[in-house]
Design a protein around this ligand. Structure first.
Ligand code: ZN
Ligand code: ZN
Length: 113
């Protein structure tokens, strides 16, 4: 199933959260972890009782039928870092867009004068 980009984000995130609870995903997830030799692919820590591994989506192009290359097995720590980096990038992009808009507005103001 291909992800339809036109669905509103709030609906999409709901579906995605449901999907993360599904049996299919749990199996897909443990398969990915097995494939990664029970090791974090970022820092190399090995799964133990205290170290839990999680599976991160590198992209959401193929939800429900992810390829191995769409997923990254990481420990909790690295997963947090990955999402922080993602958030930062998103924020930076937002800032850039806002600045561009401000510039455009200023230009328009100048034209009016
Ligand atoms: Zn790690
Ligand atoms: Zn993630």
């Amino acid at each position: 199933m291909e992800v339809k980009t036109w669905i509103p984000y709030e609906i999409w995130i709901k579906q995605y959260r449901e999907y993360l609870k599904s049996d299919y995903w749990l199996e897909r997830r443990s398969f990915a972890i097995e494939l990664a030799n029970y090791q974090c692919q970022r820092c190399g820590i090995i799964k133990t009782k205290n170290v839990k591994l999680e599976v991160h989506h590198l992209n959401y192009k193929r939800l429900y039928c992810e390829l191995d290359s769409d997923l990254m097995v990481v420990c909790k720590k690295c997963h947090k870092i990955l999402h922080k980096i993602k958030d930062q990038k998103r924020k930076e992009q937002l800032k850039k867009r806002q600045k561009q808009r401000q510039k455009q507005r200023q230009k328009q103001r100048h034209k009016k004068r």
